[in-house]
Write a protein that binds this ligand. Structure first.
Ligand code: PLP
Length: 399
């Protein structure tokens, strides 16, 4: 503070978020509580992060155990949890090797660096280009906001990075253009999350994969929002019957403890060697204890069988709502990543839902995004639909 005698009204926290007027202090399962002890049904899961619900015992116990032993050590030493988590992720994906970092943006940054270095050093391609898609979202670092195909995210941050080209998503003609660009890699979400919950067309993705294979282009999927069971399979790419070269993950991986990673096929992983990339905290003992507990729990309890069933129930309930309310134009998404396309203002619905003790999100101006934890129950979905209907009715009455 430059002048300690004046009482400043300025928040000590920088204003980078438009926050809702709620202060959350406690969570358990599908519920959170504010500082006045009001209980809310949380169908945001910390934006697809608390996939096992809030404070899941399976992860809490492993974190507490790790807290007693070692919190952090440098990546210059072997980290057993990191090795175990890497082995679990590669055993349950098409990838062979994992690099750990701390967030989604960092995971995509690692993917971008890997693609560039693989092109430069292994393939000896000059000035490698990475193709991404319109409406995509890949993060807020300079590299990942350049990769993001949305002007609003890039505005004010020029000069942006070189080496990116953008094509329309789900567009068959774009595939022809891809062949002519001959990039080093493509990076894409299989369900565009922030861009409006838009799933990729399966035939389009399969053609894209074929073009990548035939033209020596790395296929990199951003599974930061879709990964770790969110869409009903551990990774969304499984449902598209493709095999990406690089998968980026974060969010749900640590159940709320910050951790990110890329999983790469052996060939693509040749892009990195000792000294070419790194992170102080990436994959530290605590973060990988959380990751290991989360992924083990999902696999051991066969949680994804339950997700497939419960997401079918959520679908049917949302379809009934659509039949009742004409302003709902479409229901999109996969598994427990759902978007209600509305003719009205999605933000108004989200704001009004808070007074009905329901937390939901937007994905752009006309999409309400619904992200319950993977552990959500049928009763909680019934409660959710009731609170959402109450919200719709109060909007219709102009309250
Ligand atoms: N990629 C996708 C698809 C995302 O949804 C997000 C976050 O919303 C990111 C990347 C960035 O992740 P983080 O906020 O952890 O940096």
């Amino acid at each position: 503070m430059s002048n300690t005698t004046s009482i400043s009204q300025i928040s000590p926290v920088m204003a980078t978020y438009g926050r809702f007027p709620v202060t959350l202090v406690k969570g358990k399962g599908s519920y959170v509580w504010d500082d006045k002890d009001n209980q809310y049904l949380d169908f945001t899961s910390g934006i697809a992060t608390c996939n096992l619900g809030h404070v899941p015992n399976a992860v809490k116990e492993k974190l507490e155990e790790q807290l007693q032993n070692l919190w952090h050590c440098s990546n210059l030493y072997n980290i057993p949890n990191q090795e175990k988590l890497a082995a679990l992720l590669t055993a349950n994906s098409c990838g062979d090797q994992v690099f750990f970092c701390n967030s989604g943006a960092e995971a995509n940054e690692a993917a971008i660096k890997l693609a560039r270095r693989y092109a430069n050093k292994v393939k000896e391609k000059e000035s490698p280009i990475i193709v991404t898609f319109h409406q995509s979202f890949h993060g807020r670092t300079l590299g990942t906001l350049t990769a993001t195909g949305q002007e609003k995210i890039q505005q004010g941050f020029s000069p942006l990075m070189l080496g990116f080209s953008y094509l329309p998503f789900n567009d068959i003609d774009a595939l022809e253009e891809l062949i002519s660009i001959k990039p080093a890699a493509v990076l894409l979400e299989l369900v565009q999350g922030e861009g409006g919950v838009i799933p990729a067309n399966k035939d389009w993705i399969k053609k894209l994969e074929q073009i990548c294979k035939n033209n020596d282009i790395l296929l990199m999927v951003d599974e930061i929002q879709t990964g770790i069971g969110r869409t009903g399979t551990l990774f969304a790419y499984e449902q598209f019957e493709i095999e990406p070269d690089v998968i980026s993950i974060a969010k749900g991986l640590g159940s709320g403890f910050p951790i990110g990673a890329i999983i790469a096929k052996e060939e693509a992983a040749k892009g990195f060697e000792p000294g070419s990339h790194g992170s102080t905290f990436g994959g530290n003992p605590l973060a990988t204890a959380a990751g290991l507990a989360t992924v083990s729990h999902i696999i051991e309890t066969k949680l994804l069988d339950q997700v497939k069933e419960i997401s079918g129930y959520l679908d049917s309930q949302l379809q009934s709502l659509k039949e009742k309310y004409s302003f709902i134009k479409d229901i999109r998404g996969k598994g427990l990543l759902k978007g209600l396309v509305v003719e009205t203002n999605a933000l108004e619905i989200v704001q009004k839902a808070i007074s009905n003790k329901l937390l939901i999100l937007t994905a752009g101006p006309n999409v309400v995004r619904i992200l319950p934890p993977l552990t959500v129950t049928k009763n909680e979905i019934v409660e959710f639909i009731k609170a959402l209907e109450k919200t719709f009715q109060s909007i219709e009455k102009g309250e």
